[in-house]
Ligand binder design. Structure first.
Ligand code: HEM
Length: 127
């Protein structure tokens, strides 16, 4: 096969997202999209934006193989009382994709990140 790439896939996804600074920008743009999205913005009323931004950035950084440690709460615990619907889950995913598009992340890298988020789905939906 063509296994000549020296980096691990994890390190390369982190690079493709623009390292922690790039991920922080994606999360900032995601926050603006969330605020404008009537399907989900009511869920975010009263949220500590700075801490949400830091924790989500660390989580995506760690998930993409970067040198970050997520120090927020567990996904099930955080989202348990929100009664998040499939429509809302998909709306957030759509906004994340848009935020990645806005930051020039390629489709392949987008899909690799989404693939790593899929295992969190049952926790976020409290299923
Ligand atoms: C794969 C999907 C998701 C991931 C990876 C994710 C990740 C996170 C993370 C890392 C935090 C911060 C936790 C902390 O500060 O301790 C958080 C908080 C939050 N999430 Fe999600 N989330 C997802 C889906 C959703 C959806 C679909 C909604 C609602 C539409 C949502 C609403 C919230 C809200 C409102 C908070 C703030 C909670 C608080 O600070 O009290 N999340 N999420």
């Amino acid at each position: 096969g063509c296994q000549s790439a020296p980096e691990t896939p994890e390190a390369s996804l982190y690079q493709q997202l623009g390292k922690r600074a790039g991920i922080a920008q994606i999360v900032e743009d995601l926050l603006f999209l969330i605020v404008d999205d009537e399907r989900i913005n009511q869920q975010f009323k009263g949220v500590d934006v700075a801490s949400f931004h830091r924790n989500l950035t660390d989580q995506l950084c760690q998930l993409s193989g970067g040198p970050c440690t997520y120090s927020g709460r567990g996904m099930r615990e955080v989202h348990a009382d929100m009664a998040i619907t499939d429509t809302q889950f998909n709306a957030l995913t759509e906004n994340l994709i848009l935020a990645m598009e806005e930051n020039g992340v390629g489709t392949g890298a987008q899909n690799r990140l989404l693939k790593r988020l899929i295992p969190l789905y049952p926790d976020v939906r409290n299923l």
